[in-house]
Design a protein around this ligand. Structure first.
Ligand SMILES: [Zn+2]
Length: 659
């Protein structure tokens, strides 16, 4: 009998070899297919160049060498605790003002929070005669929101500053003294402040509120900046300062009062006695409504300090170091000037654009330049930069003052940071000032809704003359200006047109309904689709296109836009592009980045990815919300050809037509 063997027994292993061969071939094929897939999405889709400007802008990425995370400035708490006391050794406090109304302030703080000891954020306002605590709710555009201390803390917790502080791991803990002023977000309230200061019950009210606030918010104390106090109210202001000082001191908190430089109406000696320190606002020698001139001439600065030093001990003086620019334009009336304030970066950008050299005035040791605008009006610009800060810091050091306060985060020369922190600087420290990193500013020009990047950030360079005898810079030259993002907003029109756009779809529930309405009204729109969604609902995508609407790219997965890498963005765009192309047979040259709700990018980091998209050939519709006055009736005959001329932005996250 023949030996029975299992049917599948394969003594020669012939079948196994065959099977293995098949598997190997399949594997190779799969690998090839996968590779092809990745190559196609890694390689950019060729987009037609018809819509783009002829000139390819000279983009170059910023070289961002991976740096070690900067160490947090040591001894912060000690320096803050020492305010008002004679230090054992010279160890000056570095504090910086922060404002909520300029996004660059937060951008600058994010970069430099480790370099400062004390943050002075504008938080509290005394702008009503009853002495109520008010805050400005910048997120919701509401001025003068009366609030109990607890409510004020709750509201401020939701502002951008606090959201950012919480977002880090561990959360940012920075010694803070909230700023209390008589500014309501728009104007300085003089009359209300006068009424408040003159009424003992109102003063008491404000003092109670402020102290409770500082305690509950775990702050180191309060900084008061009441401006334009009339002579008649000076006595009341002194009373207020004394009452607030005593209340804060019983809660073991500090009080600093910001005072203008060399103004005889102020009793410096009195404030020096009451407060832990005065902050001498040692700037505005020439101001916005005065004729043009140095903002703080070196001699003027030093003399102010010398005079205040006669009345106030050095340990109770914190000196305001200003870093900003004023641009005075000549008005139609001869000899009358109208000023505006700029950040140092903006002022340097204007010098660059007008091809003007910044000069260093040898008398005041302040930089300045002049140019003429489109209407041939002469402008005179004066500024305070890192070089003037260096010179001022030397005076402060010689006087042995308690410290300095930078006015302000977001407007200052970015080359100030490496020198601000040093006492007795040497050549190596001074050498650091030759490099001028670009500021966080975005420069937007034009009135259209398509963003075109004309310049990307580039570091600047300065040379200088240093005089060892006086330890002063006596000259500086901007060899190259630092450049920030320069964005032309193109495609503007005087005609009243509106374009509808919808982000984040296609959505099976809402998009068909929207399409129905658009069809009924004969209104074309742009749908910025998320690739992953479009992949789920190709029929809706097809319908959008078939019914005459434009389709735009809104990335594949709607990632957090400022957190992804260049490579990821490229893949996100290519994947979505391939999907649109394979579903519709056409490519899209429209890309709208996925930002948060109604959010328009305001500072450099937020737009860092966009030049890449532009380089890939995309048109980038701006992400801004417009007010109703811009919205006109839809032109029924707006043909497909000119539909891309103008974009209105809808919010994120849900489908709704732009207002
Ligand atoms: Zn979106």
């Amino acid at each position: 009998m023949k030996e029975r063997r299992p049917i599948f027994y394969d003594a020669e292993r012939v079948r196994w070899r065959r099977t293995r061969r098949v598997m190997e071939i399949t594997g190779v094929l799969l690998t090839l297919l996968l590779s092809y897939f990745f190559v196609t999405i890694a390689a950019s889709v060729d987009l037609p160049a018809g819509f783009l400007l002829d000139v390819k802008p000279p983009f170059h990425a910023l070289k961002t060498a991976k740096k070690k995370p900067a160490a947090i400035r040591e001894g912060r708490k000690r320096r803050v605790a020492n305010i008002g006391k004679v230090p054992e050794s010279y160890d000056p406090l570095r504090s910086a003002f922060y404002v909520s109304w300029d996004a660059n302030s937060l951008a600058s703080l994010k970069k430099h929070y480790k370099d400062i000891d004390l943050l002075i954020p504008e938080q509290l306002h005394g702008v009503t005669p009853d002495g109520a605590l008010t805050i400005v709710d910048y997120e919701h555009n509401q001025n003068t929101v009366k609030a109990t201390p607890t409510k004020a803390i709750a509201l401020l917790r939701e502002d951008k500053l606090h959201q950012w502080m919480r977002s880090l791991n561990p959360p940012v803990e920075l010694p803070t003294m909230g700023l209390l002023d008589n500014y309501d977000g728009v104007v300085w309230r003089i009359d209300e402040m006068v009424a408040l200061l003159g009424n003992p019950a109102s003063r008491h009210n404000l003092v109670q509120n402020v102290v409770e606030y500082a305690v509950e918010a775990h702050q180191a104390g309060i900084v008061v900046d009441f401006e334009e106090i009339p002579d008649a109210s000076q006595a009341h202001f002194r009373q207020f300062a004394a009452e607030l000082a005593s209340a804060l001191h019983s809660a073991s908190l500090k009080l600093m009062i910001a005072l203008p430089a060399r103004d005889d109406s102020y009793d410096y000696a009195f404030f020096g006695k009451q407060c832990d320190a005065i902050i001498l606002m040692n700037y505005d020698q020439h101001w916005l409504t005065s004729p043009p001139g140095p903002i703080a001439a070196q001699d003027w600065f030093a003399e102010n300090l010398r005079q205040v030093r006669e009345d106030v001990p050095a340990q109770k003086i914190v000196v305001g170091i200003a870093n900003y620019a004023y641009d005075w334009g000549e008005t139609a009336k001869k000899g009358v000037w109208s000023g505006s304030e700029f950040s140092v970066q903006e002022a340097l950008l204007h010098a660059y654009e007008s091809e003007t050299d910044v000069e260093f005035d040898e008398a005041s040791l302040n930089p300045h330049y002049s140019y003429s605008d489109e209407q041939n009006h002469v402008h005179r610009v004066w500024m305070l930069d890192a070089v003037t800060a260096y010179n001022q810091l030397r005076v402060c050091e010689r006087m042995g003052v308690q410290g300095t306060a930078l006015w302000r985060l977001g407007s200052s020369d970015s080359s100030l940071w490496p020198i601000w922190d040093t006492t007795r600087p040497d050549d190596a420290v001074r050498q650091k000032m030759t490099d001028i990193p670009p500021g966080p500013d975005l420069s937007l020009e034009g009135d259209g809704d398509i963003w075109h990047f004309a310049d990307t950030p580039k570091a600047g360079r300065r040379s200088f003359t240093y005089e060892a005898v006086s330890d002063l810079f006596t000259d500086e030259t901007y060899e190259e200006y630092p450049l920030s993002y320069d964005i032309d907003q193109i495609g503007g029109t005087k005609e009243k047109k509106v374009a509808l756009s919808f982000d984040d779809g296609p959505d099976p529930r809402w998009t068909p309904k929207i399409l129905d309405i658009l069809k009924e009204k004969n209104a074309p729109a742009v749908f910025f689709v998320v690739g992953a969604e479009a992949n789920q609902h190709p029929d809706i995508l097809k319908r959008e296109y078939a019914e005459g609407h434009e389709v735009g790219n809104h990335t594949f997965t709607h990632p957090k836009f400022d957190e992804i890498s260049h490579t990821e963005l490229k893949w996100q765009l290519n994947l979505t592009e391939r999907l649109i192309e394979s579903t519709l047979g056409v490519k899209s040259i429209l890309f709208r980045p996925p930002y948060g709700i109604d959010h328009q990018p305001e500072y450099a980091e937020e737009v860092a990815q966009l030049p890449l998209a532009q380089d890939m050939g995309y048109l980038i519709p701006a992400h801004r919300s417009r007010r109703l006055e811009h919205a006109g009736r839809k032109e029924p005959d707006a043909g497909k050809g000119n539909r891309q001329q103008r974009f209105e932005t809808s919010g994120e996250g849900e489908h709704h037509p732009a207002a």
